[in-house]
Write a protein that binds this ligand. Structure first.
Ligand SMILES: [Zn+2]
Length: 73
């Protein structure tokens, strides 16, 4: 039995819609409290500041996600 009922969901994902950011480290700065990582999402350009307190721990977010100034309107 063939079904014609293949619902085609439009893949329109406007910017700002929550997605899993693909962070890429733009720069890192060793500080006394750990390594501060400036990361940017390669998909939507959102930036965030992380801190990695030790090499055994994953980075944790220091700042909220912020749009890059050039894209802010
Ligand atoms: Zn993103």
């Amino acid at each position: 039995m063939t079904s014609q009922n293949t619902a085609s969901v439009p893949l329109q994902s406007p910017r700002g819609v929550a997605h899993e950011h693909g962070w890429s480290v733009e720069s890192r700065h060793p500080t006394s409290g750990g390594t501060v990582l400036y990361v940017r999402c390669t998909e939507c350009g959102v930036r965030r500041v992380d801190v990695q307190r030790s090499r055994q721990q994953p980075p944790e977010a220091l700042s909220h996600e912020t749009a890059s100034p050039s894209e802010r309107r």
